[in-house]
Write a protein that binds this ligand. Structure first.
Ligand SMILES: Cc1ncc(COP(=O)(O)O)c(C=O)c1O
Length: 306
């Protein structure tokens, strides 16, 4: 599905084909940008499109800008309004994926801190088949980039060269995606999502000091864990062999949503099928994002309501 025809670009709505950058802009020369992937969900009952956790995504974008020392981006409220206006202009009344990129523009040297451009666009996108069927992952031979080299906790464009290499390797080898380990062999995350394990009925996930992206879906599930599983989730360092000791494993992220992991390196997880707790979390998550849980309406931003 191609990107919807209208984009939000530096304060204006422009057509997709008019959204162009110079070949020598900072982002092209140095890969210097931060981005967000968001999802919006259509509620047929309310005839409304809801962006999930828009504020948290934009706050992470701002944190990323601060870490990359990029200055002069527009206020978050203006970006939020631009995204809503872009979705309305595209008349999107279906589930979609939204990408926002704040990038180094201009043609300056490596230590330039601006000017910063902001662009956002959307593409209609339903859930992948993996949400229902589960995924087969491989442990990548590439390790996750370490905090000592680049900050993995922010969604910096340059970081994704690491994820891309792992993903290419996994797909070439016939898997659906990759698990990346930290330099000392602990579990970090997948090429595009964080990981949770179920051990003795309890959710366990690598801590934010395990070279992971500070995922918003992960945070959402940490909050939901007590009400869905009856116990708080545990954040800690996770060993590679725990993947196979676990009753269930799943990946979570805005784009991936909640995906059961049914095998790693062709070794089945649990009985090799999506597990019951993963299914319960999926149910809770999808009810929330579609606006069916009044107590979580604060996580949703309506697009059409004024
Ligand atoms: C490497 C990586 N980890 C984790 C995630 C999940 O993050 P979030 O839940 O904020 O989408 C993503 C997706 O954006 C990702 O690219």
């Amino acid at each position: 599905m191609p990107t919807a025809p209208w984009m939000f670009w530096n304060g204006e709505l422009v057509r997709y084909e008019d959204c162009r950058l110079h070949g020598f802009s900072g982002v092209v020369k140095y890969g210097c940008a931060v981005f967000e992937g968001l999802r919006a969900y259509w509620s047929e009952r309310e005839r409304e499109l809801f962006v999930f956790r828009l504020r948290e995504h934009l706050e992470r974008l701002a944190f990323g800008l601060r870490l990359l020392r990029l200055e002069g981006a527009p206020p978050l409220a203006a970006i939020a309004e631009g995204i809503r206006a872009m979705l309305r202009r595209n008349a999107l009344r279906e589930p979609c994926h939204i990408r926002v990129i704040a990038y180094l523009d201009g043609d300056d040297e490596l230590a330039a801190t601006g000017p910063v451009g902001v662009v956002a666009g959307a593409v209609p996108r339903a859930s992948s088949r993996f949400v229902a069927d589960g995924m087969q992952l491989k442990i990548a031979s590439w390790t996750r980039l370490p905090e000592a080299a680049m900050p993995p906790r922010v969604k910096a464009t340059g970081n994704y060269l690491n994820n891309r290499l792992a993903e290419l390797e996994a797909k070439r080898d016939g898997y659906d995606g990759a698990v990346l380990l930290t330099g000392d062999g602990k579990i970090a995350e997948t090429s595009g999502a964080c990981l949770f394990l179920v051990r003795d009925g309890c959710l366990v996930t690598p801590s934010v000091t395990s070279d992971i992206l500070e995922s918003i879906t992960r945070r959402t599930l940490l909050e939901l864990a007590p009400e869905v599983t009856g116990r708080p989730a545990v954040e800690r360092a996770v060993d590679r062999s725990e993947l196979w000791a676990a009753e269930e494993v799943f990946a979570c992220g805005t784009g991936w949503e909640i995906v059961p992991v049914v095998s790693v390196d062709r070794i089945p997880i649990g009985d090799g099928r999506p597990g019951p707790l993963t299914r319960r979390l999926q149910e809770a998550y999808f009810a929330i994002v579609r606006g069916d849980r009044p107590e979580r309406r604060g996580w949703l931003t309506p697009v059409w309501a004024s």
